[in-house]
Ligand binder design. Sequence first.
Ligand code: ATP
Length: 891
Amino acid sequence: MHIHGLSVEQALASLNTTAAGLAGPEAARRLAEFGPNHVEEVGREHLLIGFAREFTHFFAIILWIGAALAFLAEHFDPGQGMARLGVAIVGVIIVNGVFSFWQEYKAEKAVAALRQLLPQKVQVLRGGEVTQLLASGLVPGDVVLLAEGDFVPADCRLIETLALRVNTATITGESLPKARTTEASTEDSPVYARNLVLAGTSVVSGEARAVVYATGMRTEFGRIAHLTQTAGTGSSPLQREIARLSRIVAVLATGMGVVLYFVGQAVGLPPLENLLFAIGIIVANVPEGLLPTVTLSLAMATQRMARRNALVRHLPAVEALGSTTTICCDKTGTLTQNRMSVQRLWLGGGFLDVGDLAGQARLREDNRELFANAAFCHNLKIVEANGRHKLLGDPMEAALASIGRQMTGELAAYRRIDEIPFDTDRKRMSVLCATPRGRMLYCKGAPETVIAACGHVQFDAGLVPLDPVVRTRLLAAQRQMAEAGLRVLAFAHVAVPDGMPGEEHGMILSGLVGLEDPPRPEVPEAVARCATAGIRIIMVTGDHPQTALAIARRIGMVKTENPMVISGDQLRSISPAQLQLALDAKEIIFARVAAEQKMLIVQALQKKGEIVAVTGDGVNDAPALKTADIGIAMGIGGTDVAKEAADLILLDDNFASIVAAIEEGRAVFDNIRKFLTYILSSNIPELVPYLAFVLFRIPLPLTIIQILAVDLGTDMLPALALGAEKPDPGVMQRPPRARHERLLSWSLLARAYLFLGVLEAAAAMAVFFVVLNAAGWTWGVNLDRTDPLYLQATSACLATIVVMQMMNVVLCRHPSKSAFALGLFGNRYILMGLAAELAVILFIIYTPPGQWLFGTAAIGAEVWLLALVGAALMWALEEMRKAWLRRRLSP
Ligand code: ATP
């Protein structure tokens, strides 16, 4: 019989386990037998297919055509070296394909490695004790504890439930939560059995204990894994823009090649030379390695973000982060430390500081109910560790429970019977307890919701009806604590006669408790950085407006006298248009907001054209996390469901990490511009020689193979190094990038093509002529392709371009800052790239195989010196341009 047809006892027995879980050694044995609880990835594209794609994309096809043309030319007119060109082009396609494949593979690995950083953890009973394990360590027979927001880690049979509801959408496609209980089921299919929870589904609310009966690929989820593998692929707008851009450039280059071919025909160039010329134009201008370089630099950014405790789940998020304009942030745990401690109480009609508590024996009698309430009304797990009790769970509840336990002497005499769970709408929770004085309902929560359900208040002199006067006193007390930044909770109790259900009604208010949760020390600085970076922070909290405001002031989020504070109730009563208008206020706080309302705020901000990042941790936050441009989940305090919905996970739950991630996101965009400038610059010195060749009938200064040597040899690693530049300190001192700001701006094109490129071309041509003239060449003399002088002159041209590009790497590290200001050692990849560049050019010019393939010959020291002079000149001119630009930019 299937496990869901059995009773709880039978089910446990059938798995040879007990409700206290397996013993450690037995679990280890089963792990060896059944293997780890993994769902293997299926349906992934085979590596070979990805590899093949690198040779069949648009650029590759253009290059294949070029190679075919060269072989065709060799066929009709043998002996002109065209076959060698064909071979070289094929070589280039291979080198380029392998390099691109390597970059993409590395990018994919980097992203996959990030996923490993945050493995799913589960609470398991082993030998009767609650321990935390990696989900992969589960075996059949394990007893797991499930709570709201958890992903179910394996297929389980429920053995104990409390108002459990699960979302089974991943398995059944139904999105409405389903109730689950422990009773035996007559259902045929395990998918619909009401006493099972299956791997891959999630707990929407309630709690449960369940025994694992299937793990890994044996789960229902494992069987249909291909349906649900939601790896964050999908290309980002940036990648799409690059792809589009490359395609346009390639089409333009091809068009230009064709046009110039006909021009060559018209001026009477020999057809073969003319063909060579056309291929040269095309190859010189097609940005071959752009897309993989962009992808890899995005992936490298994710690694840098991870080092700063921000885990990116989807590559496109890197980019959206860089343009974030507004962060909606909750308070507890993100802005604050979530280290709660009870500071003040309002008890029996007056305030009492915690320091004074211990000495007051009188308290124990009169206010017993408040402390019993604090000790029992919670959802903590109490674990024994070396003879001491540890309270696991919500830090606020832990703070309350520990003070409650300290003040109540008769813990053993209490037993918890039932619970009315907390939710962010009701903002309170209750438990029903059996106590020495009969059954009691203990309720705690936000004061306004608890007071509303009370009829009396416990004063020192006895019970007092909760009339308007008393209510005003209570609210004043609450206000006073909130204004000091304390979170205030109200406690109430009511006796529940046997046989009656526990209801939160007609209760006695036992007192108010003020808890301190200090801001994280790094937050004020991060908030200030957002201000200079033009990013607005909007606090969206479930806490009381006054408390929220006090904290906001303390961290520097609110500086004006009268910031806009909008409560959840107000939010319910205003129209979307009104909300949009309200969002114009400079400083805004949303307080006493339910998680569901976050989405309204996000949507309103988006309608105003903002790029919104929003934080969240609970199940109810998931819709807002999905809607926002950047959903941010908490790595420590967040539920599995929130993490799954998010684009970014904070490993340390810290607001400052969001700001760090934004900084990296902005840097990526800058870096891509840096290497675009670098790559585009060299197109001009590659193009000019051909124009000069056809227009002035001089020997061709740079051959096609040599162009390829620059584009796909010497340029590649330095470009990658520019993609790995660290964020510039100035990156957070300017406003966010406009939503539609293009990557390729006119100023970038002008700098690359009209300035740097022209300087490089001038230097290369000058050195070419110096070498020719020194050997007595005069205008109009034709040189044979194998003439030693010709070989030396083209080598000199090539060497000069490479030396200029080496200088260019240093210049491209910043669009306006002096190369002096940056220092040379900030990015070791730059040094590695330069070394590689030098090695490649020396190989090409000084080794026999290099000389054979690229048609070069050894050149003398004076040529290098000349090239260096050219580079120094470019440096000086670029420094002058930057200085001029800085002066223009500074106010
Ligand atoms: P943030 O949204 O900034 O994280 P928060 O933790 O206050 O703040 P919620 O979790 O929505 O937000 O809580 C809202 C309110 O509900 C709290 O201010 C508190 O008054 C009350 N509350 C929170 N947790 C509990 C709990 N476990 N039991 C009873 N009341 C609670």
